[in-house]
Design a protein around this ligand. Structure first.
Ligand SMILES: Nc1ncnc2c1ncn2[C@@H]1O[C@H](COP(=O)(O)OP(=O)(O)O)[C@@H](O)[C@H]1O
Ligand SMILES: [Mg+2]
Length: 282
């Protein structure tokens, strides 16, 4: 079965069949190679407006390279990428760079500027896109974004080295939200967090997605995250997105990596935990 065969219509009954407006990211025929090593070959992916799409795949299958391609940091060897109806593969001059203000990114590892405070980190994209904003307004927006991610207000004055791992992730998220993006890219945001910290971060993402109406592209290894907050999951393997669907839809496929991942011991434990939690809240 291919990705398109199990592609189900959006959950919203009001959503007429996939109009271009409902598809915020459209990747077609993507190819990325490094020397003779082919990471992606003829890869297709659609991301729908308002969904949290989980992106999974073994280490080195090209999840981060896919994200970097979508946000224009990696120039593909072939294929087309459209985000919000605009071609990313053609974004090569400053006039087109404005598209970047429509998304926020939390890179793998967080990547805050270590010599800047949290507030100054959040102000970086604001200064870049709105150089005319006053210092007072910058500080006010940064403060608000920091609170939005559940950090205490005094975290704005701290340096990344003074924060715990979970707080650094939240600060990175505050910076990703600085420009009020429609789209949020998160590359393994809960990696390195303890299970309680990871669960709290998942709920933060879900809450922000709902209140801010975000579309979220979420690379993760975390099976609990996939069950708890992802509407659909895209599986990278064999240089392509081999399937996209809900977890039950993916479980119906007989691909060995999918079966091992979702139906192996860790996958079964995550499924059982999710069912227990659903019963408690039912
Ligand atoms: N800039 C680069 N130059 C050469 N090889 C790269 C580069 N970026 C990524 N790769 C290789 O591409 C493959 C996919 O990388 P990546 O997308 O980071 O994997 P992951 O799925 O773990 O995020 C890896 O084998 C990696 O070593
Ligand atoms: Mg990666």
């Amino acid at each position: 079965m291919t990705a398109s065969e199990i592609d189900t219509p959006p959950a919203e009954p009001t959503d007429a069949a996939a109009s271009p407006d409902d598809c915020l990211i459209r990747v077609r025929g993507l190819r990325n190679e490094f020397g003779s090593y082919v990471v992606h070959d003829n890869l297709d992916l659609d991301v729908r407006r308002g969904e949290i799409i989980g992106v999974v795949g073994g280490s080195g299958t090209g999840k981060s390279v896919l994200m970097r391609s979508i946000i224009g940091l990696q120039i593909p060897d072939a294929g087309t990428i459209e985000v919000l109806g605009q071609s990313i593969t053609a974004v090569r001059d400053d006039a087109d760079i404005a598209i970047r203000s429509h998304w926020g990114v939390l890179f793998q590892g967080g990547a805050l500027f270590s010599t800047l405070t949290v507030a100054e980190n959040v102000e970086v994209p604001l200064r870049e896109f709105y150089p005319e904003i006053s210092e007072e307004l910058l500080a006010e927006i940064a403060h608000f974004k920091v609170l939005l991610t559940g950090l205490p207000g005094d975290a704005t004055l701290k340096y990344p080295s003074e924060l715990s791992g979970g707080m650094r992730k939240r600060a990175g998220l505050a910076r990703a939200l600085a420009l009020d993006p429609e789209l949020l890219f998160l590359d393994e945001p809960t990696a390195g967090l303890d299970p309680i910290g990871a669960a709290a971060f998942d709920q933060l993402i879900k809450g922000l997605q709902q209140t801010l109406g975000l579309t979220v592209f979420l690379i993760t290894h975390d099976l609990d995250t996939l069950h708890e907050i992802c509407d659909r999951v895209a599986v990278l393997a064999d240089r392509q997105v081999i399937a996209v669907g809900t977890i039950p839809e993916l479980l119906a496929l007989d691909h060995p990596w999918i079966q091992e991942y979702f139906n192996g011991p860790r996958g079964r434990a995550a499924t059982a935990a999710w069912h227990r939690a659903s019963e408690r809240t039912a």
